[in-house]
Design a protein around this ligand. Structure first.
Ligand code: ADP
Ligand code: MG
Length: 411
């Protein structure tokens, strides 16, 4: 190959969008609207590009178009090139290779993508073997175990099912699944939306470190400008389907060119401050309401009382292994929690992902029977109730789920 053309290929962006326009199937043909409108964008190997903009601005649609995951009947104009080849013109076989081996994806909402009846280990093996059928089961497992370890999921969790993982851990499993095939581009669409600050930072650090080590390009899609700035070399700003600004993180932050970028920057700063003040207000309410309740009424009854509540899970290993292994296979998700909640009180339960917050809530509602301890609601011990009595009580105890899509009917 002549040197010139070789260099030319090296200098070429790995991924390039050329005047991309996308429109979803429309009910009414006369009012064609473009979810993505004339977007041109490049991503070089090993580069981390952040795509920001408010909800509905078309960011996920860009991600879906790159992955060729748009619903049938969508209209696509312009071009998407990967490694000098048009992605829109790939044959079905090429497309399969492109999706699996070339572009990995971290899903916005992993629970809806993970199969609830397949263990995490099976998910990994299936993913590797679907794309690299020549590997033996043993080789596939070795690769999977080390990838899971890279995202800090220990081998002991191999046989567990998605619902046995916390939200943050599921997100890490999704990252492992994306990295398993050593992709060259990772598209991460809001990878940490439902996570708390510490876990979200850990995950993004891991993701960016792994991308850097393996020279994978990262397209990080988020509405959170401050987060993007922490992890990306370059930023692209979208609004109403259009790309209004691209530049290095430093330039976009210090010299934003477009009004919309300035507005995003201002609201990012404002949100940050507002978060802090509402947080201190909540803490203040919680602190002030306690003495108020105890001081004014002689013996107020708590609405909800937890006494030494435990929720333990045992890892499923065979009995022989359990006898031989000295290792403790119990996960103490909730370990001796006692607290009172009074009428009108708002109690904030904080802690990093995986520390047991959601399990505690499920145990309070008796969606999981506690391993030990009691839950009293209006003085009645829920642990002793029959199924029917419990059902009646549950009407008074409601849970708002972390992941609203998992409880909304898609049709
Ligand atoms: P973002 O990721 O920036 O929040 P999206 O790419 O999800 O934005 O959405 C861009 C526009 O496309 C929105 O107006 C949205 O309502 C529309 N849209 C997204 N998904 C679909 C779909 N499956 N069918 C029809 N319209 C859609
Ligand atoms: Mg989106």
């Amino acid at each position: 190959m002549p040197t010139d053309s070789y260099n030319w290929r090296l200098d070429m962006p790995l991924l390039h969008l050329e005047n991309l326009r996308v429109s979803y199937p429309q009910l009414n043909d006369r009012s064609l609207t473009w979810a993505v409108d004339n977007v041109s964008l490049s991503l070089a190997a090993g580069e981390r590009l952040g795509l920001v903009g408010e909800s509905g601005s078309g960011k996920s649609t860009v991600g879906r178009a790159i992955m060729r995951l748009l619903p049938t009947g969508s209209r696509v104009e312009g071009d998407i090139c990967f490694d000098g080849k048009s992605v829109l013109a790939l044959s079905p076989t090429e497309l399969r290779a492109y999706r699996g081996e070339v572009v990995g994806l971290v899903f916005q909402d992993p629970m809806t993508r993970l199969n609830p009846v397949m263990s995490i280990g099976e998910h990994c093996i299936e993913m590797v073997r679907a794309h690299e059928p020549h590997l033996s089961r043993h080789q596939a497992k070795q690769r999977a175990v080390s990838t899971l370890e890279a995202v800090k999921i220990p081998k002991s969790r191999w046989h567990q099912y998605p619902h046995e993982f916390s939200g943050g851990m599921r997100q890490r499993v999704a990252i492992a699944l994306a990295l398993l095939l050593n992709p060259r581009v990772v598209i991460a669409d809001e990878p940490t939306t439902s996570l708390d600050v510490t876990v979200s930072a850990q995950i993004l650090q891991e993701l960016t470190r792994l991308c850097h080590e393996r020279q994978m390009a990262l397209l990080l899609i988020s509405h959170d400008l401050a987060m993007i700035a922490d992890y990306c070399d370059r930023i692209a700003v979208m609004t109403e389907g259009k790309l209004v600004e691209t530049g290095t993180t430093q330039t976009v932050f210090t010299q934003p060119q477009h009004d919309y970028t300035r507005q995003l920057l201002r609201s990012a700063l404002h949100l940050h401050n507002a978060d802090m003040s509402s947080f201190s207000a909540t803490v203040a309410t919680a602190q002030s309401s306690k003495p108020h309740v105890t001081a004014e009424s002689s013996s107020p009854k708590p609405l909800l009382r937890l006494t030494n509540l435990h929720q333990h899970f045992t890892l499923e290993i065979n009995p022989l292994e359990r006898l031989l292994s000295r290792q403790d296979t119990t996960i103490r998700a909730v370990d001796g929690i006692s607290l009172d909640l009074y009428a009108g009180e708002t109690l904030g339960l904080v802690g990093e992902s995986g520390c047991g917050k959601s399990t505690l809530c499920r145990t309070i509602l008796h969606l999981l029977r506690p391993t030990a301890g009691t839950v009293e609601f209006l003085g009645q011990n829920l642990t002793r109730l029959s199924r029917r009595q419990l059902q009646r009580q549950r009407r008074h105890l409601q849970m708002v789920f972390q992941d609203p899509r998992a409880c909304l009917n898609p049709i």
